[in-house]
Structure formats: structure tokens, C-alpha cells
Design a binder for this molecule. Structure first.
Ligand SMILES: Nc1ncnc2c1ncn2[C@@H]1O[C@H](COP(=O)(O)OP(=O)(O)OP(=O)(O)O)[C@@H](O)[C@H]1O
Ligand SMILES: [Mg+2]
Length: 273
């Protein structure tokens, strides 16, 4: 992977009002209060299916060469979040299939290897929810219904270990843009943050230039990462999406995904990040 280092300079005012677990995620962060720990413990627990993870290109749940790029992304991200006292990060892309969900999941697992962090990923691509498939999960999780206020958070959230949770949906909804722009969804995200007190919330968003669901939600987040697909996303698309994003939030950087050629010594193979 190669990261384009130039972040778009724009200040943002404070946010408007099957197999055994192989990652060391079993201990809750010591600094959190017991109510928060109890709330996390009450979430349904999932386990890592290592074989599925390999197929789905999820590599950052354990340290090693394959996880290095995500670990670097994690370090840079945490520096920005701590500097600004931010928690909410949107992950989006100009077009579809650039690797947003794959990036979100890997970044989340990389972050969660730091056991003093609580990490939450909320799937906001309510038209084409894919996080469950990516994680190899089955079941009737209903993050969209949670956002609509018809289900409690634990019906949409699934926990890996003690400090990583995913808010996922098993099925699409008919009115994603309306749902994402609703005051109720904003309040529910606030309530989830209040109850679970994640240090980082990643939002897996739809593609920016294809549908307007992402724009409808950007007021709720602190900053954004843009994922671009090598040999697919054009510079013009990155530029256009970057400008649209920068009108609403701070763009921390662009993740160039699906690179076929990587520098020697990077430790990443063909098709690596
Ligand atoms: N670095 C990579 N190299 C090769 N294939 C990749 C890479 N990253 C992701 N993929 C594959 O590309 C496809 C799309 O990935 P993913 O679902 O993460 O993209 P997305 O941007 O979330 O898509 P969508 O716009 O549909 O939400 C998946 O099949 C995924 O396994
Ligand atoms: Mg996706």
C-alpha cells in the first residue's frame, strides 16, 4: 500500500452540537468504568473464523508483515484523533468497490490490538450492507433498525473480544439517505457513544460520488479517510470526492488500495495495500 500523505488542509470547527479466537482481545481496557465494561460484556460475542478472514483479506487481527500497513495507518490516525480530541472517522471512497469495508475492518482489528482502546465500527452503507459477509458472520443483526430506533443497540452490535464491536445489518433498507440524515439516527449514534464510550468509531460509508447517503451523514463525524482503488479510481475522481468531503469535514488522507506493485522491502505482496 502506498498512502498519499497530503491531507486536504481544512480546519473543522468542533462537531456541531467457527474457530477459536486467535487475537489477544480478551482483557477489557483497565481505564474504563464498570458500567461501560458491563455494557460491552453484554454484547453478543463473535469469534474469528481464520480461514474466512484469509479469504476476505482480513489480516490485521494479528501482528505481522501483512498487518504493517494497517498498523501504520492506525498510528497516524490515533495521532490525529488524540491531537484533536476526535473519535469519529468516516471511511468512504469516490466510487464503489474500492475497499472501504476491507479497510475499515482491518483498521479496526489493528486498533483493537491496542488493548487500551475500545473500537467500534458502524456500518452506514445501508443500501448494500456487506460487513457481515466480510466478517464471515451469520444472523439477523439489524443496525439499520437500531438507527431507526426500533431495536436496542445490542440487536445491531456484535463484539470480537473485549474491546472491538461492529454494528452490522443483515439486510438493506429502503430509505438509507433519509435514515442517515435523520435526527433520530444522530441521537442514537450519540447514545451508543455515550453507553459504550469507544475511543474510536469508524463509519463504513457508501461511495461518495455514486449516492448521497454519505453527505447526509457527514455532519455527525469528525474526519474522514478516503479509499481509492489503484488502476480504477481516477485522479479526477479523487479530486472531486476530496473537495466534496472537505466542504463538510477534515480529510485525513487517501488510502491507495489494490496496488499491484509495491516497493521492495515493504513486506506486501502482489495486490497488497
Ligand atoms: N487490496 C486488495 N486487493 C485485492 N482485492 C481487494 C483488496 N481490497 C479489497 N479487495 C476486494 O475488493 C472487493 C471490494 O472490497 P470492499 O467490499 O472492501 O469494497 P467497498 O469499497 O466496501 O465496496 P462497496 O462500495 O460495495 O461498499 C472485495 O471483493 C474485496 O475482497
Ligand atoms: Mg463496503
Amino acid at each position: 500500500m502506498e498512502r498519499i500523505q497530503s491531507a486536504i488542509a481544512k480546519g473543522r470547527a468542533a462537531r456541531q452540537q467457527g474457530t477459536s479466537l486467535t487475537v489477544p482481545l480478551s482483557q477489557p481496557p483497565a481505564t474504563q468504568d464498570t458500567g461501560v465494561t458491563a455494557a460491552w460484556s453484554a454484547l453478543p460475542a463473535a469469534v474469528i473464523d481464520q480461514r474466512h478472514f484469509e479469504t476476505a483479506r482480513i489480516v490485521a487481527h494479528r501482528p505481522g508483515n501483512a498487518a504493517n500497513a494497517y498498523d501504520m495507518m492506525r498510528t497516524n490516525l490515533m495521532r490525529h484523533l488524540r491531537d484533536q480530541n476526535w473519535t469519529r472517522v468516516a471511511v468512504t471512497s469516490p466510487g464503489g468497490s474500492c475497499g472501504k469495508t476491507t479497510t475499515c475492518v482491518n483498521l479496526a482489528f489493528s486498533l483493537a490490538r491496542q488493548q487500551d482502546l475500545r473500537v467500534m465500527v458502524l456500518e452506514m452503507d445501508l443500501r448494500r450492507p456487506a460487513m457481515m459477509r466480510t466478517l464471515g458472520m451469520e444472523g439477523g443483526a439489524r443496525m439499520a433498525a437500531v438507527l431507526a430506533g426500533t431495536e436496542p443497540p445490542e440487536r445491531g452490535l456484535v463484539r470480537f473480544g473485549a474491546n472491538l464491536a461492529f454494528g452490522v445489518s443483515a439486510a438493506p433498507v429502503d430509505n438509507p439517505a433519509e435514515l442517515l440524515s435523520s435526527t433520530q439516527a444522530a441521537q442514537i449514534v450519540d447514545a451508543i457513544e455515550e453507553r459504550y464510550k469507544p475511543d474510536v468509531m469508524l463509519f463504513d460509508m457508501p461511495p461518495l460520488l455514486v449516492i448521497d447517503d454519505t453527505m447526509a451523514f457527514l455532519d455527525q463525524i469528525d474526519c474522514a479517510l478516503m479509499v481509492a482503488a489503484s488502476e480504477k479510481t481516477t485522479i479526477a475522481e479523487i479530486d472531486r470526492a476530496g473537495k466534496e468531503l472537505a466542504d463538510h469535514t477534515t480529510v485525513l488522507g487517501v488510502v491507495l488500495n489494490k496496488c499491484r506493485y509495491v516497493e521492495e522491502g515493504d513486506g506486501y505482496g502482489y495486490d497488497g495495500y
